[in-house]
Design a protein around this ligand. Structure first.
Ligand code: ADP
Ligand code: ZN
Ligand code: ZN
Length: 683
């Protein structure tokens, strides 16, 4: 190419328009010499309308269809940042195609904000800091203080690290069976195999990162660890992202968004609690980090380890069909620690007072006498789910949603948990003036109040989204529990997973029944996993060290429900077999592939009409197109919502259909707001 020949860059930017944009590259240095053309995967600053924005270079061209009078110039390049690799762009391209979103909407939002800033001050500062850090700890992947593995753990570590190429493996291990130890020792072996190897570890919840981070830092003092989750300040986020991108960080620990980290030498992917619904992003690009983890491992032909005590039915099905290998840890790892005994309390026979049956109260009292901890699991925050007037039947409803306003007693508020609407608790009924308004039902705040009154000598402590709103407060709260400063812990799903509470010998699920009869066919799978997880917090200490056999109480009106029986027997296999049989019978995933078209509008009928047209516009022999229906919670924030489910026994057919369909729908330029979700989880 001659120097005078113009160069154009095809750039992707963060826009819902599914297209790329061409710019001329003619930047010169101060001496007037043409700067090197940015490589594919580089970030460039470009004009877009009246704005300056950052885009990513996808192609380098010598001609463009944009007429010369319309072509605009790249404003700045970022030569100090190594370009994103073809491989990483391959991941982004796959996610964009699979989840049916424009590439730019996948790539740009996955990058740290400071990387995309107009000025490069933050980038330069972070790069400088990183080079200081890399110059300081020679990186020795020597693992410290390894526990000696039991036979099942050793077999799992060997299987993960000795496999060749793409090797997806499910680590099915009961709660407390030492899955973490398997992850750490597998990571140690992979890191020891080469000087540049990187290991990516995904955890479902930001609250689980500190516990994991501590383990990793203890075990690998000489290795740079990057953490990636939504709780990082922008400066930290950029630093950690760069550490991963440049290869300086050898272990990358993060929540679902970390699946988009740029990792030049990824050699092992670990997904802890792989069944957890938090791996699914629920807005924008609705990806499954678990599924993308498997895809990345396939792309690089490396092992991927999915760990769980209650695997997702998708992963379990993949094991049954030989697509995934299985490693099992069948017992608790700590000598003499056993799974808790699960007891069902029939609420029809044992009437509760203030939501607690006498047997449960006695069990809590016993724990207090022995200085042991109890955990009460109630997946409903606030004081009471609704406030009501006995005189006229008024109840506190959100004016903007099909939902009740939840009573929060501490700050005297009624709050909508869906749209955020807030108001003071009224002094009197807005309809009839009655001043004796009653909270109905029970949330975690009310339970806290009840227990504090019942056991004045006990240290009662609540952990939920309300009590841990401030940055750092969740970590501090969990620390209190670990330190033994809490006797009775009350919590939502936040406390149910992952935590290794040593002093806990009693767990109670107060009110889990609602999920048994949900319209969502995944509700019982989720409930079972949640109860197995929360039950698994108990009894982690050896009984010989003074621990008794720990107990789990489930309060229910349906004591004979098979789900509770499977729970009593700690029998995941049985439960999974039943569920898979049901799914096959009903032709639901994993026997079927689904996509969900959602639409929202001011009037429900507008949304339904849009979906009706969408349903009729493209009949296809391999696709089942269901009828549009209003969503269960129809109205949120003054918008009515409806959905249309499409299904196919063939994933490629569904993909191909969705691509054409979405192109058609885009061309309608409808005012209805709509989105298409592939592999939806909340139906
Ligand atoms: P899981 O993640 O499977 O629920 P953890 O990894 O939290 O279980 O392990 C539970 C407990 O068992 C931890 O206290 C851990 O230190 C301990 N542990 C793990 N492996 C071993 C082992 N091989 N020998 C003794 N204790 C172990
Ligand atoms: Zn009233
Ligand atoms: Zn609302």
């Amino acid at each position: 190419m001659s120097l005078s020949e113009p160069v154009f860059l095809r750039v992707a930017i963060d826009t819902p328009l599914d297209s790329f944009f061409d710019y001329r590259f003619s930047l010169r240095d101060e001496a007037g010499a043409l700067l090197p053309v940015p490589a594919i995967g580089s970030l460039v600053l470009i004009p877009f309308g009246s704005q300056q924005i950052t885009g990513i270079v996808l192609q380098i061209l010598h001609e463009t269809a944009v007429p010369p009078e319309k072509i605009r110039d790249v404003l700045a390049a970022r030569p100090q940042l190594p370009p994103l690799s073809e491989e990483w762009l391959g991941l982004a391209r796959f996610a964009a195609e699979y989840y049916q979103r424009p590439l730019g909407e996948v790539v740009l939002p996955s990058l740290p904000k400071n990387l995309k800033a107009i000025k490069t001050v933050a980038l330069d500062r972070a790069l400088k800091k990183l080079s200081k850090l890399t110059a300081a700890p020679t990186q020795t992947p020597v693992a410290q203080q390894e526990a000696s593995l039991n036979a099942e753990q050793a077999a799992a570590v060997a299987a993960v690290t000795e496999g060749k190429g793409f090797a997806p493996r499910l680590l099915f291990g009961v709660t407390g069976s030492g899955k973490t130890e398997v992850y750490l020792q597998a990571a140690a072996r992979i890191l020891a195999q080469s000087a540049t190897a990187q290991v990516l570890i995904l955890v479902p919840e930001i609250n689980l990162t500190p516990q994991f981070e501590t383990h990793i830092r203890h075990r690998f003092p000489g290795v740079m660890l990057a953490t990636l989750h939504s709780g990082l300040a922008e400066g930290e986020r950029l630093l950690h992202w760069l550490a991963a991108h440049t290869g300086a960080a050898r272990i990358i620990l993060g929540t679902r968004l970390a699946i988009f980290a740029s990792l030049p030498d990824l050699q092992l992917v670990i997904v802890d609690e792989e069944h957890d619904p938090s791996y699914k992003q629920q807005e924008g690009l609705r990806y499954s980090a678990r599924d993308l983890a498997v895809w990345r491992a396939h792309q690089r032909q490396i092992p991927v380890l999915l760990g769980s005590a209650t695997p997702s039915l998708e992963s379990w099905y993949a094991v049954q069909h030989g697509r995934y290998q299985l490693s099992e840890l069948s017992q608790r790892a700590v000598q003499d620690a056993v799974l808790p005994i699960v007891k069902i309390i029939n609420l029809e026979k044992e009437k509760p007072s203030e939501g607690l049956s006498q047997r449960l109260i006695a069990a809590i009292r016993l724990r207090l006498e022995k200085g042991e901890q109890s955990l009460l699991f109630l997946n409903r925050r606030g004081y009471a789910p609704v406030l009501s007037c006995d005189a006229c039947g008024w109840i506190s409803q959100c004016t903007r949603c099909t939902a009740n306003l939840v009573m929060h007693k501490g700050d005297h508020r009624l709050r909508c948990h869906h749209c955020g609407l807030e108001q003071r608790i009224p002094r009197a009924c807005p309809t009839c003036g009655n001043i004796d308004l009653q909270p109905l039902g029970r949330g975690t705040q009310r339970l806290e109040e009840t227990l504090a009154a019942m056991f004045p000598e006990a240290r009662v402590f609540r952990i939920d989204a309300d009590s841990t709103r401030l940055k750092g407060s969740a970590a501090a709260a969990f620390e209190r529990v670990h330190e033994g400063e809490v006797d009775i812990l009350i919590g939502t799903q936040m406390v149910a997973k992952g935590h290794d509470f040593q002093r806990l010998t009693l767990v109670a699920a107060l009110n889990p029944d609602a999920a048994l009869f949900s319209q969502d066919y995944r509700a019982s799978e989720r409930l079972f996993a949640q109860l197995m997880q929360v039950a698994g917090r108990a009894g982690r200490r050896a009984q010989a060290e003074g621990g008794n056999a720990s107990e789990v109480y489930v309060q229910t009106r349906y004591p004979d429900h098979p789900l509770y029986h499977a729970l009593m027997a700690h029998n995941y296999r049985h439960f999974a077999a039943d569920m898979l049989a049901e799914r096959e019978q009903a032709q639901l995933p994993p026997y079927m592939y689904q996509a969900l078209l959602r639409a929202e509008a001011r009037e429900l009928q507008t949304a339904l009409d849009f979906l009706q047209q969408a349903a009729a516009c493209m009949p296809h022999p391999m696709i089942t197109i269901n009828d549009p229906i209003p969503m269960t919670m129809t109205r949120v924030a003054n918008r009515d919502r409806a959905q249309l489910l499409i299904e196919s026994a063939s994933r490629p057919a569904l993909q191909a259909f969705a691509r054409l369909w979405i192109t058609e729908l885009r061309s309608w330029k409808s005012r209805v707001k709509w989105s298409l979700e592939i592999d939806p989880v909340d139906i």
